[in-house]
Design a protein. Structure first.
Length: 234
């Protein structure tokens, strides 16, 4: 087969698998707070999701603070790998070139840190989490993902949140490669949830058959982390 044809077939398969995943999680997604909430708490202009752009208790900043565990891992691109495994039909270990060959998505989204700052309108480029899920094909039993960073960080997220179109694994922001202090070469972002749900220096996505708590969730942060309900701590 011609190389181009192989690529086309691969893309068709990803698109088909993505549509199936969407259908499978549609009902659950409708029940998540960011879609079911009748009175999202906050102020400011209404964003594209019908939410006030500044969630309750947040203050807007144009700076971008750095939060980490005191260690910023530096991973050369030739050593970099992304493992996607667990409750999936087709586990993969992607190299940087493999990752960059996947369909790329651009999206402008907001960033809400639980320490009360929010940064609006960040222009991201990367791969949608739903496209990565389509690649590995979560089993019917998969319900949650554990995200692992190269710095030993972990954070958990339900599939009905993780598969929303805002959730990306991003390598470029505002036209520049993502800086190491912000999680470069690749981090996850979860614009509809507090930003600790997005692991910097992402290393592994483990699909799980049940929920398990990540680093901050074990230390009293909310499992669900929904900014428009002030859902910070459990
Ligand atoms: N791997 C890793 N990811 C992480 C963290 C971390 O310490 N390690 N901190 C989280 C927290 S609490 C926030 S608010 C955001 C901060 O991202 P920033 O430093 O780019 O602002 O990353 C999240 N992801
Ligand atoms: Mo945070």
């Amino acid at each position: 087969m011609e190389n181009e044809e192989i690529q086309d077939n691969k893309l068709d398969r990803i698109i088909e698998a993505r549509m199936k995943l969407k259908a499978r999680f549609e009902e659950k997604m409708k029940l998540t707070p960011s879609m079911a909430d009748e009175k999202p708490q906050g102020k400011g202009e209404i964003n594209r999701h019908g939410m006030p752009n500044t969630p309750v208790g947040q203050t807007l900043t144009t700076k971008w603070p750095v939060l980490d565990l005191g260690y910023q891992p530096k991973i050369p691109l030739d050593k970099w790998r992304l493992i996607i495994d667990g409750e999936v039909e087709n586990p993969v270990i992607l190299t940087w070139d493999d990752f960059m060959a996947l369909p790329q998505t651009e999206d402008v989204s907001d960033f809400h840190c639980v320490t009360t700052w929010s940064k609006l309108d960040m222009a991201w480029k990367g791969v949608s989490l739903i496209d990565l899920a389509a690649l590995v094909q979560p089993k019917e039993t998969a319900t949650h993902i554990m995200c692992y960073g190269y710095d030993t960080y972990t954070t958990n997220i339900s599939l009905e949140e993780a598969l929303k179109p805002d959730v990306l694994l991003g390598h470029t922001v505002d036209g520049q490669p993502l800086a190491v202090e912000h999680g470069g070469p690749l981090r996850m972002i979860t614009p509809q949830l507090y930003a600790w749900k997005g692991s910097k220096w992402i290393k592994r996505l483990e699909f799980m058959p049940k929920n398990k708590l990540g680093f901050w969730e074990e230390r009293g942060y909310s499992n669900t982390a929904y900014p428009w309900r002030n859902d910070r701590y459990s």
